[in-house]
Design a protein around this ligand. Structure first.
Ligand code: KG4
Ligand code: ZN
Length: 339
């Protein structure tokens, strides 16, 4: 089954052609990072305009690279939530137009669930599993019995993990997106020189909270500041690297602790990990150690498929269509859709 996957939920326009949920024939990602970086974050109106401008070109480039005709596809999968409403609608409209004109099945895909599917491209995931999604918009843990059945175990009560990386990078003057910049700066830093508190929530221990650590970083940096605005923070390169390292270690500790707790509570022998933050090398290393200690099999998304992409949408879309789950042309977009 050849599926076209479309992703436009945030600041990447992506189209991919994937066969049987396994073989990625093409995966074109048009990133808007350059358009948003001057603002230090994603500007929804700019994102929508950029999606409109390039969605058709991205689909055509993906088709050419895959060496297929649109008539060859067996279905179209599209992210229909959660995400920026205007951005989602562009992908959903494009997908509906194709489904209608080509007379092909259409299926709406949950973006968070699809992030987990990216791990399946590395090696086929075994169930039951715990799923961990850490991205710019979401940080969630799931109990999964199959690709189309997941139960939410916990999620962030405030900032998402990637959002915390992005905000801390902004405080440190490291630019956008923050995750890769912090990882790079942290290589030269000593985390012990900048210890930050880890937040664990007693009442709902599988939930996350990252706003405290962000504020702790801000307070520490304001100690090096002449005024209250971010521009007046002046840190030496070493201080900046130490704070990046200390922050990254604390983030990884919190994420790994909750993931291992979810494994213990569910008794699952498999951990599936996806989302932009799962590209973080320290997080990957620490998850590997934690899983080895517990004889749990770890399924990490390939680094190139951690951030938003159409391949993961096509992959999960294939599983849905294969189970007879299909959408009609009334398919809507949902900014807050739950997994
Ligand atoms: O999954 P994604 O593309 O977008 C959402 O669905 O939200 O994730 C983007 C997020 C950004 O916040 C970015 O800073 C973060 O993933 N990220 C990283 C790394 N690479 C990307 N965070 C930490 N370490 C990285 N290496
Ligand atoms: Zn995402």
């Amino acid at each position: 089954m050849l599926i076209l996957g479309l992703e436009t939920s945030c600041d990447e326009t992506s189209a991919a052609f994937v066969e049987d949920g396994e073989r990625v024939l093409s995966n074109i990602v048009a990133s808007q990072v350059d358009l948003h970086s001057v603002y230090g974050g994603v500007v929804p109106e700019i994102a929508c305009r950029a999606h409109i401008e390039c969605v058709t070109g991205v689909i055509e480039e993906a088709r050419r690279e895959a060496g297929v005709e649109l008539a060859d596809i067996d279905g179209i999968a599209v992210t229909n939530g959660p995400g920026l409403i205007g951005a989602l609608l562009i992908g959903v409209s494009a997908a509906k137009a194709l489904a209608l004109t080509l007379s092909k099945p259409l299926v709406g895909v949950n973006h968070i669930e699809a992030h987990l599917y990216a791990a399946d491209f590395d090696k086929p995931v075994r169930f039951p599993a715990v799923g961990l999604v850490a991205s710019g918009g979401h940080t969630s843990l799931f109990e999964m019995t199959k690709w189309t059945e997941m139960r939410l175990l916990g999620s962030t009560t405030d900032d998402a993990a990637g959002e915390a990386f992005d905000k801390v990078a902004k405080i440190l003057g490291l630019g956008y997106p923050g995750g890769p910049a912090i990882q790079e700066a942290a290589r030269r830093g000593n985390g012990k020189a900048a210890h930050f508190p880890r937040t664990f929530l007693d009442e709902h221990p599988l939930d996350f909270s990252f706003s405290g650590i962000k504020t702790a970083v801000l307070y520490r940096c304001q100690g090096h500041s002449r005024g209250r605005d971010l521009d007046s923070i002046s840190l030496s390169d070493q201080e900046r690297a130490d704070i990046a390292a200390g922050f990254q270690e604390a983030m990884v500790d919190m994420i790994v602790a909750n993931a291992t707790r979810a494994l213990e509570e569910t008794g699952a022998q498999t951990l599936v990990v996806g989302g932009g933050v799962s590209a973080n090398l320290l997080l990957r290393e620490c998850l590997e150690v934690a899983c080895q200690e517990r004889a749990v099999e770890l399924f990490l998304s390939p680094i190139g498929l951690c951030v938003d992409n159409g391949a993961m949408i096509a992959g999960l879309g294939y599983r849905l269509l294969a189970e007879g789950i299909e959408s009609d042309l009334y398919l809507d977009a949902y900014p807050r859709m739950r997994a």
